[in-house]
Structure formats: C-alpha cells, structure tokens
Design a protein around this ligand. Sequence first.
Ligand code: IFM
Length: 431
Amino acid sequence: MEPFKLPDDFLFGTATASLQIEGGDRNNSWFRWAEERHIKDGSHCIVACDHWNRVEEDIELMKALNSHTYRLSMEWSRIEPEKGKFDDEAMAHYRWEIEKLTAAGIVPLVTLHHFSNPLWFENAGAWANPQSVELFERYVEYVVKNLGDLVADWVTINEPNVYAFSGYVTAEWPPGKSSTADYLKVSRNMIVGHLRAYRKVHEVRSKMGLSGTMVGVAHHLRILEPKHRTAPERLLARLADYLFHEIFVVGTSEGKLLPPLGWGYPVGKGRYLDYFGVNYYSREMISLSSNPAMLFVKLERNEGAPVNDLGWEIYPEGLYRFCKKYWERYRVPIWITENGTCDASDSIRARFIYDHLWQIKRLIDDGVKVERYYHWTLMDNFEWLEGFSARFGLYETDFQTQKRTLRPSGGFYAEVSKNRGVTQEILDSLG
Ligand code: IFM
C-alpha cells in the first residue's frame, strides 16, 4: 500500500436509508414484510437504529468521521401516510435534520425513494400500478417544495434494478412476486418515475430562483462475467448485463425505453442526469442454468477470490471499469453514492476502502471526474432480508442498547476524509 491524495474539493461521506435506520414507522412495505417473518435472522425494522430519535447523536458520529457530505433518504410513508394527505410534522422533522447537517458543515444528498413504500401505495400495486408515476411525482413535488431551499443534491430512486429484481423476479422482497409481466411494468414505471421526478425537482427549485440543482439515480452496478468464458456464457453475461444495467441506465439517463421494456421516449428525448450515481460492491460470475424464471442465468461466486461475510467477491477494479464506461458515455460527474462491505469482525473493511479509493485515484488521474464517495454505511443497520446480522457499518451498533462504537476501519476512514487521501502516517497506524 502506498500513500495517495485525492483533490482538495473531493467530498467524503456516508450513506444510509430511512427504513434501515429510523425505526418507529409501521406504515410501510418493509414493516409488513418483517411482521410476516421474511427476515432471515428474525430481526425487525420497527426500532432499527432508532435514528428518528437520535438525529443529533448520529450527526456527531458523522462529524467524528470528518464527513463533508451525507446521503440520507426520505421515508415516503411518513411524509404521505395516506394517499394525498401529507404530514407537515414529518416533513418538519426532516427539515430540522437537514438544518442540523448544514449547520455541522455537512452537505446533504437526499434520496426520494429507497426501496420502502407506504402501505397505501403497496396495496394499490406499488410500482406495477400505472398511476405510480403520478403518485411519486406528487410526493416529490411536496418534498422539494419543502426542502428545496436547503437541498440542491437529489437521488430520485435508489437501485431500481435491485428493487424490481428482488420484488418481482426472486420474490424475496416485498411484494414477493415472481412475474415477468410485473417486473417489466415496475422497471418501466420506475424509469418514467425518475424522468418525471428529474424534471420536477428542477422545476420546483428553479421557480424558487435556485440554480446548481443536481439530480440523478443511484445505480446498483455489479460486474457480471462469464464463468467459463465459453461463447454461450459470454452471450448470457451480456444479456444479464443488458437486463440488469443497460435498460435502467439508458432509460433513466436518456429517457429512452429499450426492449423488452418498450421503445421510444415516453417523456421526451433528453438528458435526465446531472451526475451519474454508482453503488458498487462486487462481481458475479454467470453460467447457464435450467431456470427459465432467471432467464437461464445462474449467478455464482468467483471461486478462490476474496469475499466478505455475505460471500460477495471483493473486486475493486470493477469500480474503475464502471466509472470509466459511464464517464465516457455521459461526461457528467460521477458520485460513488454507495460502496462498502459486510464485515462484522472489521478485518477487511479498511483495506476494502483503501483499494476502492485507489481506483478512484486512478480514475481521476485518467481524467474521469469522480467528485464524491459515500461509504455504505454510517453504522450497522437493518440490512433488508439479512436483518441485523449483516454488518456494514463504520460504527458497530449494539441493537439492544443503541450504543454506537467506532470500528478501527471507521477511524481509518475519518483520517482519510480529513486528509482527502491516504498519508504515510495513516498507513503506519494501520500496522
Ligand atoms: O443496504 C443496501 C442499501 O440499502 C442499498 N445498496 C446496497 C446496500 C448493501 O446491501
């Protein structure tokens, strides 16, 4: 390992999602999913990290990490608990949180949809409902009218591909369906939902006389590679990449629906991104399966490669490959909206961070405009289907006492943020 420096205006921070940390909300799809006992380790999101009641304490955690920015999400079910009825108090709470962040010198990046839905929306068919786009747009308008003066940077939708795949192909996430027709509808509606939200955020902020608005999607990108490199597997890997990445990236960035989602430009030809958001974790190997529901694609681990607690391969080079590719295509700034690893013993996290930041340094040296890095995540939280057992935090969370304890890798990250790079001193302290 050697020292390196990132630009002085590079921003470091952490990312979270409301459902994973806030607790206290029974009005959303994941509360019901947990009540129905789908969570692998039997844990529940009803308390999570109790962040709703610990905002100030958690901002202190960010300050101790020397964070320049923080990615948080709005819980739609709190803001619009019943269809068309908006809760001004919930909105005021988020406004207060953002004011606190700003006062601490931390730039907020606000996600409008991060996997969880209000129950009324879920019960009406969620994103498979043709009205979902208008419903989402109305909610977005309300949020931006209330926060637009404080927030310039927005993620419309987090990982639409993961949402659609897990809820409508593997059926492991709510609403637990396995339906290609619904998968296509959901993917299409989320894409159009982003396009309309993109315009709406800009429209509301510019009516407020504000400029500098930055809107994008946080794309979940996994390197998908043929396991045996045979011709059929290569083809299959390209197909998987097309269906898992390309149709979402082109749809949300260019406004263009690609087959099998449809064709043409439902909202008009254009550019619907001010930055390109990258959530990057791992690589999967692709081989042939006999499962038509998975389009004959089998996802496998790269045998012998280093992995985290969830068996995800650690493959930093993948971050370079994706950022380079999308920079060359869109020429907008790249924000790493998530990157992190599941590591309860904290034995690999610091090295993981180093290796991924090193790729960012390479990208910047090669002329790619990577501007921000959000580590996933601030503190251990409710990791969806995995519950509390999957530990991604820079802080360890004791879910009994709600005590947060800085992990050694968190100390490492704090120093890296402070120096905007890795100094020899930091490396020496790693031992
Ligand atoms: O916890 C999730 C997050 O909500 C979305 N991206 C991946 C993370 C780790 O699985």
